[in-house]
Design a protein around this ligand. Structure first.
Ligand code: PMP
Length: 441
């Protein structure tokens, strides 16, 4: 039976049945279960470049990219070699290693507001720790977040969050005490008047505003020009911190993430704390929080805000992150931008040809589509009103043609540096039938 894990002598359907008996919903993260698109999830056994292969031996052009980390393409030889070398020297020491400082220095060299960095293992831990730090630093309790923004699954951040909560239309989560939920104020995204009103009413109690640097967990919804900058001004005028969550955008939309893109405009801003994940670990469990040295130095062992982790800075994981960031140069980002532009234009053209009303939502090289006439979209309420029923038939037509899309309309599409002409041609060839399926939904 262990052969099921490694060879192709079984089917996706058999494995899903077996997984559902052993694992809640058959998955270890909800969106993987295909609940919003229906059908059988694919059990993947390998991935290389722009492609993933399932247990039945079928190959798909991949537009999920591990939900973001694989910017170089899957199993990039430089990353695999770094991981293999590190693994051969031991898996986990629970002690400091040279590479952790190298990774921190790489991030600090790219993202100026990061003066100090602390490594953790998941994005959830990064945002959870950043919030504790902001509360410890300010001595305040309230947190502001935006509807449709996802920051991981810690208590207090599951109020009107995106990602799986958007997919399943859940308002939040059972198991979060009301007293904890009450410390989170949820505001409409891109609505500075709502932010002003929140500060007017609760200003001296707000520890921090947490915001996706560009929202990409309700589909892609970029900030309006100047939104992030004004948010930082309003927060600072009220003695609050801003936590810019770049778990998804960091080192993906540019060498310096979303901050890097906006820092070159008239709307430059300086968040107090930033959180990273995904690309920073190159496909291994690395995430981080970083920012102002005076704030970061409040973390233990220097300061009173406790934060720790047995596997934090794990040497094998950090090796993948360092190799990935070193390889992600200007040429990589130029390729990602080009691939995103080509693919999003081709999808839009195919949908238009079938008369499917839609909008293309872009934030750098992240993109997604909304179905319906209400476009472009700037907030969660509008995203939720779209004709989301068109996505499942579109998704399955693409999957049948060998293209793997995110299994929910509320997720971004991810390209990699390995999405070459051949991979893009396969995507484009699959589009007419998928657009027809979306039209007749
Ligand atoms: N913040 C953002 C912006 C994210 O996109 C995610 C994950 N998609 C998280 C936090 C949580 O990261 P993780 O899944 O690694 O806990």
């Amino acid at each position: 039976t262990d052969a099921a894990a490694t060879n192709t002598a079984t089917t996706n359907a058999d494995l899903f049945a077996r997984a559902q008996a052993a694992i809640p919903g058959g998955v270890n993260s909800p969106v993987r279960a295909f609940r919003s698109v229906g059908g059988t999830p694919r059990f993947l056994v390998s991935a290389k470049g722009a492609y993933v292969t399932d247990v039945e031996g079928r190959e798909y052009v991949d537009l999920v990219a591990g939900w973001g980390p694989a910017i170089l393409g899957h199993a990039d030889p430089r990353v695999i070699e770094a991981v293999t070398d590190a693994a051969a020297r031991g898996l986990s020491f629970g002690s400091s290693t040279p590479a952790e400082t190298v990774l921190a220095e790489l991030v600090e060299a790219r993202v100026a507001p990061v003066e100090k960095l602390r490594l953790v293992s998941t994005g959830t831990e990064a945002t959870m720790s950043a919030i504790r730090l902001a509360r410890g630093f300010t001595g305040r309790d309230l947190l502001v977040k935006f509807a449709g923004h996802y920051h991981g699954h810690s208590d207090g951040l599951l109020a009107e969050a995106g990602s799986g909560l958007a997919t399943f239309a859940l308002p939040g989560s059972a198991g979060v005490p009301a007293d904890i939920a009450a410390l989170t104020l949820v505001l409409p995204y891109n609505d500075l008047d709502a932010v002003r009103a929140a500060f007017a009413e609760h200003g001296d109690r707000i520890a921090a505003v947490i915001v996706e640097a560009a929202a990409a967990n309700m589909g892609v919804v970029p900030p309006l020009p100047g939104f992030n900058a004004e948010l930082v001004e309003l927060a600072h005028a009220n003695g609050s911190l801003v936590i810019s969550d770049e778990v998804l955008t960091g080192f993906r939309v540019s060498e310096a993430g979303w901050w890097g893109l906006e820092s070159k405009t008239e709307h430059a801003y300086t968040p107090d704390l930033l959180t990273f994940g995904k690309v920073i670990g190159g496909g291994m469990p690395v995430a981080a929080l970083g920012g102002r040295a005076d704030v970061m130095d409040q973390l233990a062992p220097l300061g009173p805000v406790y934060q720790a982790g047995t596997l934090s800075g794990n040497p094998v994981a950090v090796a993948a992150g360092v190799a990935t960031l070193r390889a992600a140069d200007a040429a990589v980002y130029a390729h990602l931008d080009g691939a995103a532009a080509t693919i999003s234009a081709a999808v839009s053209e195919a949908l238009a040809a079938e008369g499917v009303a839609h909008g293309v939502q872009r934030a750098g090289n992240l993109f997604s589509f909304v179905f319906g006439e209400e476009v472009p979209v700037h907030d969660y309420a509008t995203v939720q009103r779209q004709e989301s029923f068109r996505y499942a038939p579109f998704f399955h037509a693409m999957l049948d043609a060998g293209v793997s899309l995110p299994p929910s309309v509320f997720e971004a599409w991810f390209v990699t540096a390995a999405h070459d002409e051949a991979a893009i041609d396969r995507i484009v060839a699959a589009l007419p039938a998928a657009a027809r399926a979306a039209a007749s939904a």
